[in-house]
Design a protein around this ligand. Sequence first.
Ligand code: ADP
Length: 268
Amino acid sequence: MMLSAFPVTGDEQYTIGKGFVWRDITREQEVDKLKSDLISMISHEFKTPITSIKGSVETLLRREADWDEEFKQEMLTGIHEDINHIQELVNDWLDISRIEAKAIRLEREPVRPYAIIDSAIRKLPKHFACNARIESAVAENFPFMYGDRVRLGQVLSNLLINAIRYNDNVPEIKVNAGCDEKYIHISVTDNGIGISEQHLTKVFDRFYCVDAGRNRRTGGTGLGLAICKGIVEAHGGRIKVRSSQGAGSTFIVSIPKYISAGDGYEKM
Ligand code: ADP
């Protein structure tokens, strides 16, 4: 809240007192924070890949040099990775801005948890998933959620990628589902590095990362879980985490169940 004062004038235009107004500036402060986060992201996160792309391209363009194929491939692979990272940053940033502006549009329909989980596992980038063991115990006919299949797929992939990224073992990931009267609960459990108690409540904050050095090495924008939370809450759901350092983590996403109105979908 911000208190501002203004003079109160009488008939003769003399000041006869002061008026006070309380204004809720929470929203303005949030917008200011979003802007300053964007500036800091551009100055820190974008600079490194752009400088590296510039350096590689300048090297490849040097006329006098006659680079062999292997070297060229190596440089191009590096450029490709940097561009992917920039693309990820831009997409994540657009998502966060939409979420914060409450402008995220959901195309909700009855969706099977199995379909979301199966597709998220199949679409995992190969370099992430190649040595991970991912097991899903969710039956094909498990009850429907009422949600946006693309957005829910995005939540699942973020959780799976994190389960692999924050892991020093051979990643073993278990996906499970349960339900109660109102919600479908999907859990993703990993055998990774875990999260200590002091960080647990903060991991859903924008740009929060427990170990910045590790993030620099493994990629990641620090926006993934904030986006997951925004998507889940836009569905009227919740996301929680249970974890302790060195003992793996379980993320649980709860999404409203689809309740049939006699339109051909089974009633839960
Ligand atoms: P990032 O893009 O950095 O992965 P996220 O918002 O997805 O950002 O995650 C925020 C932070 O939470 C990560 O930097 C990491 O420290 C921690 N974290 C997320 N998922 C896990 C996990 N499965 N195991 C351990 N730590 C995790």
